[in-house]
Design a protein around this ligand. Sequence first.
Ligand SMILES: [Zn+2]
Length: 472
Amino acid sequence: MKKTTFLFTCLLSTILFAQNKQEQVLEQLDQNTQAYGEIAHKIWSFAEMGYQEEQSVALLQKTLKEEDFTIEAGVAGMPTAFIASYGSGKPVIAVLGEYDALPGLSQKAVAHKESNGGVAGHACGHHLFGTASAAAAISIKHYLDNTGTSGTIRFYGCPAEEGGSGKVYLTRAGLFDDVDAVINWHPGNSNGADPGAALANKSAKFRFHGIDAHAAGAPEKGRSALDGVEAMNYMVNMMREHVPEDTRIHYVITDGGKAPNVVPDFAEVYYYARHTTRDVLIDVFDRMVKAAEGAALGTGTTMDYEMIGGTHELLPNLTLQKLMYDNLKEVGGYTYTPEEREFAEDIAKSLNTDLDVKNVEGISEYNPIPEAGGSTDVGDVSFTVPTVGLYTATWVPGTPAHSWQAVAAGGTSIGTKGMMVAAKTMAKTGMDLFDQPEILKAAWTEFEEKRGEDFKYIPLLGDREPALDYRN
Ligand SMILES: [Zn+2]
């Protein structure tokens, strides 16, 4: 009896000790809001596109190095990919960070559309993504130090999420193979931690080669590469009627010739295909390739294509997700200052919507089966390691990603406040994973069950090297 009481008291004091230390770490993180806000704002100003994120990476590496993280730079053949590591041995917990901007979306931090004078903008909030993740990794490091806990915390610097599939190359290179759990987040217009959903995605540039000629003087000598593109588009558009309902196909003609009086000898069309499951997607994509081959045959041109991106759908892990959700509820949302409120009202007006501050101050209800809209290269990671995520209100409620309104809010204190909700929730989740190995164990059981016994990781973009120049 006495022994039981003694053990119980020991256990209780261990839990209280851990809780107390966690609170200290989170308080310290909170006190650093301004410093992290400044880092995020710098990356927002750099607004560097995929595989060009040199300044953003240098700043994040410097921040992590100052906290005694060891940096492995330029991993998996990508100069702007890196791994920052602290500690040693198991478990290994990883936090993902992104930092690429989107072309054509330069925008000032104001509540009306106005270019910042650049070529790109952080319309997906990846400046906040990278910074909050670095902040979480640093906080977890403090926790390991303060409590004498053993294990490794890593920050993965993941370039070119927007179409460059950076994480696919990190996964393919085996850089997640010894990781026990992966934590990540994404900026958004409310606070929530549902199991993620994403569409598997394959993208490629189809290039047609013809014969140039005077379009009026000697048209019979020419073979139009643009005809090849148009014939392919026509066939793919007819195909839409005969693909599974949830398929998404979209394209842009990236080169259609230069002048109407010259039969173009080169034309290019850039395609995305997506579906909730990658097996369906692979089939749809193969049929698109057949359409391209048929188009070339019929127009007397030749065709080749280059895979640009390819990502898996997301494999959710409910064990980890529940932990993240509980932690998010504990961290809670935030409130606007009068100035932030005024800015938010103006942004809401520009979106023809009423401002609903519930999305900022509260936490969205747990939705066990969210619908997939976009795609993410986190998908490939989630099939390699149990992966958990959340989203927070870094944008004014109602704001769609990839809009000027997202760039604008991300450049203000609203972005910083939302980012800190994410940083704290991820830090807390990471600390819990070090404290409670039984959660990791349950997460792995669920992961292996869901992934299936004969799962083999096959990257959808094949064996190509990273498309380092895809934004040039
Ligand atoms: Zn994004």
